[in-house]
Design a protein around this ligand. Sequence first.
Ligand code: 5GP
Length: 186
Amino acid sequence: MSKGLLIILSGPSGVGKGTIRDAFFNNPELNLAFSISMTTRSKRAGEEHGREYFFVSKEEFKQAIEDGKLLEYAEFVGNYYGTPLEYVEKLRNEGKNVLLEIEVEGAKQVIQKCPDALSIFIVPPSLDELERRIRGRATEPEEIVQQRLAKAAKELTLSNQYRYVVCNDNVQAAAAIITTIIKSHM
Ligand code: 5GP
């Protein structure tokens, strides 16, 4: 059995990564597994420990870094996020194509460590549309919304480090393009 692909999916906060992922993830032809990250941010309503993230304290996160347990990690709007290395490797060795949904700094680390990684960046149709989507979520205070918007503008300038850039003006169309990209690398 050949080792599974490492797929990086990035895009600014609010671009609709989760919705697009839901639209292609369960396609059995793609044989995908999701890498569940570790984060120090608090749980949002509806999220579960071990499903969206492993929610940990700053101390636990620091320990994981020191123990070399993370493939990559980054700080994002005041919290840490990282990819557990062992879990990803286990899945890839089982032949699964592993999807990392991570931000740009972490993606840069993975691209350096694993040049074969298949990297995909999702862009919004416009910045105005992105702002509308971030505000539509309305789960966070204005200060955090502002930080996420500033971060989004900065992240968009880094899209050129990815192998593919896909525009999310239509969820089904974006998911279909990503499906084609993944299949072409399998
Ligand atoms: P959120 O707080 O909205 O769930 O995630 C914030 C950002 O962190 C998103 O861009 C998300 O893709 C990214 N992220 C989630 N997990 C990881 C991770 O393990 N590493 C890195 N570098 N970014 C992550």
